[in-house]
Design a protein around this ligand. Structure first.
Ligand SMILES: Nc1ncnc2c1ncn2[C@@H]1O[C@H](COP(=O)(O)OP(=O)(O)OP(=O)(O)O)[C@@H](O)[C@H]1O
Length: 279
């Protein structure tokens, strides 16, 4: 599996822009540049000359200000958008997780929504039937899963959606944040599942404004600025460039913490193995 883009650009033509008061070319603090294409139609230049090459095992975080182009890049990689110019080629089974609520039907039960949402993300009905009990247990929603989804609170819906998303087996996982609405205890549980999901996905591209979350799931990052790749490299370096030393130090702490957790897990795994041999 792989992702390759070469000088990929995405323009959004805006036919109903108030053109008379528009400056010739506008580059604001937020959002992509506003310009005109060759037919003099106003366009938002959401992505400019994106060249990237990802292979199995790559875990890339996208950082950048509001409107920088992160979501547009994820949509380009998922095939929802074609490049206006340049090329984008993606090989592999893609699971686009942009909006946790997409593909959910308020009129049917939580249980049925689990099946449907899973199929929307590329799983077969049979595969989902095999997973549904485990997902139901993860959500801790009990009998609520028999009730129509419209009777759920926002956080309860997110639990269902997260349960499904973290149960799939994608080759390429494209994740847009928006995972904020669950309570802290549940998030802790979800984090473990998300990390497991990422570990079994071949390629991850994850857009988020949470450096903590990014550091937990990614090792590389790209800073998207006004539709262009401004900086790329390891995640600490990119966050430091984008947000400064304090944020960079925070990322390093999160990475060190993860490293300790992993070492402790490996240690206890080794101890358990030794124990069973001895007994
Ligand atoms: N469907 C659309 N039609 C017109 N312009 C769009 C459309 N989608 C995005 N844009 C523009 O493209 C630019 C990039 O938007 P995008 O959603 O990719 O940014 P983002 O980095 O994900 O931002 P945020 O962090 O705020 O979610 C913005 O200027 C936005 O106004």
């Amino acid at each position: 599996m792989s992702i390759e883009t070469r000088n990929a650009c995405v323009d959004f033509p805006i036919f109903d822009a108030k053109t008379r008061s528009l400056k010739k070319a506008f580059l604001g603090r937020a959002g992509g540049a506003i310009g005109r294409n060759s037919s003099d139609v106003v366009v938002v230049e959401a992505l400019r000359d994106i060249t990237m090459s990802l292979k199995e095992g790559d875990r890339v975080g996208l950082v950048g200000h509001n409107g920088a182009g992160k979501s547009t890049l994820l949509r380009l990689l998922s095939g929802i958008y074609e490049p206006t110019r340049g090329a984008a080629r993606v090989r592999g089974r893609v699971a686009p997780v942009f909006d946790l609520g997409v593909g959910m039907d308020p009129e049917i039960s939580g249980y049925e929504n689990i099946l449907i949402r899973g199929m929307f993300l590329g799983m077969s009905r049979k595969q989902m039937l095999a997973k549904v009990d485990e997902i139901a247990e993860f959500t801790e929603l009990g009998d609520y899963l028999q009730m129509p989804l419209r009777t759920y609170s926002t956080g309860m819906r997110v639990r269902v959606a997260l349960g499904v998303v973290t149960s799939i087996d994608p080759e390429i996982l494209l994740l847009d944040e928006g995972i904020g609405a669950v309570d802290a205890d549940f998030m802790k549980k979800a984090r473990v599942r998300l990390q497991a999901l990422v570990a079994r996905s071949g390629i991850l591209v994850f857009a988020s404004h949470s450096n903590e979350f990014l550091a937990q799931l990614c090792d590389q990052a790209m800073w998207i600025d006004h539709g262009r790749i401004r900086e790329e490299g390891d995640i600490e370096h990119v966050v430091r460039a984008y947000e400064g030393n304090e944020a960079g130090d925070h990322v390093r702490k999160v990475l060190e913490e993860l490293e300790r957790e992993r070492a402790a897990q490996a240690g206890s795994g080794a101890a358990a193995a030794t124990g069973s041999n001895g007994g």
